[in-house]
Write a protein that binds this ligand. Structure first.
Ligand code: DOR
Length: 440
């Protein structure tokens, strides 16, 4: 097993170029370093060194939906995208609503070694929205769950939401709400507006998202709890989160890469690769989301990586599943939308894709990025690379990317998770090289 890696001449976020020595899972030294015998040397000339990326919203599908993704294939996709930790959503089968399931998911992540897998616990039993799940047992389990969500479904009952917020507040947890008023979105297929009328698809009004966010920030204030809003998609939602933060309410929010780039116009071709929950919105919404990420109203980017088998996407729009894969493309889309537009710099990228999601998830090891003695979670990106995105750039099990055919900048050349190379020369290393169990 290689225990020492020398990263040479990487561009550091504080400015300047430095060598980094990684030994026994930690950043051992920085500066101008001389290679040692037996050390793996990575030439990082021209590459930007970022802290390992952290996704707060990943669907790994295991247990139960292994035809779409597994912990192994999903964490390989994560590594390819520069991620060293993912938070695995609870809508599996069985649902991650018990200590047993969350411990199993975390253990699979540890065994494979491509990324830290932090399970998200369900808020309600079976995601049914009727009774609280074993929140305390999941929090106290070896998986030490801190984020709870019924994602895919909204915790619509206000009393249940209140009780869930009160419960997680006792141990510093957070409820990640999928804000979708169910009665206002029955049968909804795409953003509600002139275009949904023209296309004959049932509309999904912005108010269905905004009404839940407004309710829940007030509930979080009332009980003094932490609330996180999943995949914010409308300009109105941004206004409510901004108002809540100004009032001192403990709310955080995420935006997905696809909502930073794509609009409802893509529904015109009835190509279900563009069908997602919440739906792609209008140009005005995309601009509001970018501005909110730039000014800190939206705290983080989270992928909502949602793999689906081809038969669930290559069918009539109304029958197709909601969701898009996004782990491999996230950093490139954020570079394209936020750096190329001058709205964020690479230090901001480290904040919105690593430090802040780790902090919301109460994940240790990401608060002193690339500092000597810190755990070695490192992503090396070539910002000058560009490619026409295609399904051959994906490393997970499903191919439902909405970005195929688009030219996207940037390429992850190396990912280091806990001192081990998971991506080398731009390719995911195989399980034997990683020194973990083979196969899935
Ligand atoms: O598009 C989506 N797909 N949005 C969600 O909230 C759930 C996800 C899934 O599980 O497929």
């Amino acid at each position: 097993m290689v225990t020492s890696i020398l990263v040479r001449a990487a561009a550091m976020l504080g400015g300047g170029r430095e060598d980094l020595r990684i030994r026994d899972g930690e950043i051992a030294s920085r500066g101008s370093l001389t290679p040692e015998r037996g050390e793996t040397v990575i030439d990082a000339d021209g590459l930007v060194a970022l802290p390992g990326l952290v996704d707060l919203h990943t669907h790994l599908r295991e247990p139960g939906f292994e035809a779409s993704e597994t912990v192994l294939t999903g964490t390989r996709a994560a590594a390819a995208g520069g991620f060293t930790a993912v938070h695995a959503m609870a809508n599996t089968s069985p649902v991650a609503d018990t200590a047993g399931v969350v411990e199993q998911v975390a253990r699979l992540g540890d065994e494979h070694g491509y990324a830290t897998v932090r399970p998200i616990g369900a808020v309600t039993v079976g995601l049914a929205g009727e009774r609280l799940a074993e929140i305390g047992a999941m929090a106290r389990s070896r998986a030490a769950v801190r984020v709870f969500s019924d994602d895919g479904l909204c915790v619509a009952d206000p009393l249940l939401m209140r009780r869930a917020l009160e419960y997680v507040a006792t141990f510093g947890g957070v409820i990640a709400q999928h804000a979708q008023e169910p009665r206002l979105t029955e049968g909804a297929q795409m953003n509600e507006g002139a275009l949904s009328g023209e296309l004959g698809l049932a509309g999904w009004p912005a108010v269905a998202e905004e009404a839940i966010i407004a309710r829940d920030v007030l509930l979080a204030e009332h009980v003094g709890a932490r609330l996180h809003i999943c995949h914010v998609s409308t300009a109105g939602s941004v206004d409510i989160v901004r108002w809540a933060k100004a009032r001192g309410i403990s709310v955080t929010a995420e935006v997905t890469p696809h909502h930073l780039l794509l609009t409802e116009e893509l529904a015109r071709g009835y190509d279900a690769r563009f069908k997602v929950n919440p739906p792609l919105r209008r140009d005005e919404d995309v601009h509001a989301l970018r501005a909110a990420l730039a000014d800190g109203t939206i705290d983080i980017v989270a992928t909502d990586h949602a793999p689906h088998p081809s038969e669930a996407k290559e069918c009539a729009w109304a029958e197709a599943a909601f969701g898009m894969v996004g782990l491999e493309s996230a950093l490139s889309v954020v570079q394209h939308t936020m750096i190329e537009s001058g709205m964020l710099d690479w230090a901001d990228i480290a904040r919105v894709l690593s430090e802040a999601p780790a902090s919301i998830g109460r994940l240790d090891g990401y608060d002193a990025p690339l500092a000597i003695g810190a755990p070695a979670h490192v992503t090396l990106v070539d910002p000058t690379a560009a490619r026409t995105w295609s399904t051959s750039d994906l490393r997970g099990r499903s191919s439902n990317t909405p970005f195929a055919g688009r030219v996207l900048p940037g390429r992850v050349m190396a990912t280091i998770h806990a001192g081990a190379l998971t991506v080398s020369d731009g390719e995911v290393v195989d399980a034997a090289e990683l020194g973990t169990k083979e196969g899935d």
